[in-house]
Design a protein around this ligand. Structure first.
Ligand SMILES: CC(C)=CCC/C(C)=C/CC/C(C)=C/CC/C(C)=C/COP(=O)(O)OP(=O)(O)O
Ligand SMILES: O=P(O)(O)OC[C@@H](O)CO
Ligand SMILES: [Mg+2]
Length: 247
């Protein structure tokens, strides 16, 4: 429970958690380590590692070990499949894509990955993963029945189902590189239904204003990936986002 406790305590103390997503397929392990170092300087709380395509094996392990050489922040796996499990990480978002049509994303990869998580001793953090329009690559890969962005009640129903199944975290995802995150109305409705359960929001968050709106609507944690990959000043960008969302 160490990493989950760490995140929940930050949410409690500072109002919000900032997570930086690094895709091991997008750059070399050394470049990933430089990004993670810069993100840590900017005040991010933890690093998420994953991608919807080709994010496993030696490259994943090396990326995590290089990052661990330069920072002390928790490294949390964000797996696109069972091959996204690595013993080098501290924890894994052990998620089920609740609105997938494909059983492999609901329980299949989890069954293949669970023994690896058990053997490696990394911490599993249970999470309901819910994909909203437009959904991006992850929506396509995960064969999600995308939730229309103007239908908060459907997102609420999925979030409650996840909570009643015992999942501690709920992730509202619009897809990496989306035009924006879930609407304030959807975030507010879902958080209201979840109560104390943690709500993560990600997809298309690029600036302080958008991040702040998510948090004011009820997000407990904000994920940014693309903006960090694209900026030339990672520390400055993270600092901008972090100072917008923390109290
Ligand atoms: C718990 C275990 C072992 C597996 C879970 C498997 C599930 C449910 C996967 C959900 C569907 C999926 C493909 C998720 C990928 C999550 C992810 C890492 C998305 C973001 O990746 P980016 O690399 O930013 O996006 P692109 O792929 O678009 O670049
Ligand atoms: O790359 P971005 O758009 O920041 O999205 C992050 C995350 O929600 C993707 O899983
Ligand atoms: Mg990617």
């Amino acid at each position: 429970m160490q990493v989950e406790k760490y995140l929940n305590e930050i949410a409690e103390r500072e109002g919000t958690v900032h997570l930086t997503l690094i895709d091991p397929a997008s750059q070399s392990p050394e470049e990933a380590a430089a990004m993670a170092f810069a993100a840590a300087q900017g005040g991010t709380d933890a690093i998420m590692i994953g991608g919807s395509t080709g994010a496993g094996g030696v490259l994943l392990d090396q990326t995590i070990s290089k990052i661990k050489e330069v920072i002390d922040l928790p490294i949390i796996l964000f797996p696109g499949s069972a091959s996204g499990v690595s013993a080098y990480a501290d924890a894994i978002f052990f998620m089920s894509l609740l609105n997938s049509r494909d059983i492999n994303y609901i329980t299949g990869n989890q069954v293949m990955g669970a023994p690896l998580v058990y053997k490696s001793g990394i911490e599993a953090i249970s999470m309901a993963y819910i994909i909203i329009e437009p959904g991006g690559t992850v929506g396509w890969v995960g064969d999600a029945r995308l939730i229309p962005k103007n239908k908060p009640e459907i997102a609420v129903a999925y979030s409650l189902a996840g909570k009643y199944l015992g999942m501690h975290y709920t992730y509202l995802e619009t897809g990496s590189g989306a035009d924006g995150p879930a609407t304030p109305q959807m975030i507010a409705s879902v958080k209201h239904a979840l109560g104390n359960n943690m709500l993560i929001v990600g997809g298309g968050i690029r600036d302080a204003e958008t991040a702040r709106k998510c948090v004011q609507s009820g997000a407990d944690m904000i994920v940014t990936g693309t903006v960090v990959e694209e900026t030339s000043d990672v520390t400055g960008k993270i600092r901008e986002l972090v100072s917008a969302i923390k109290k």
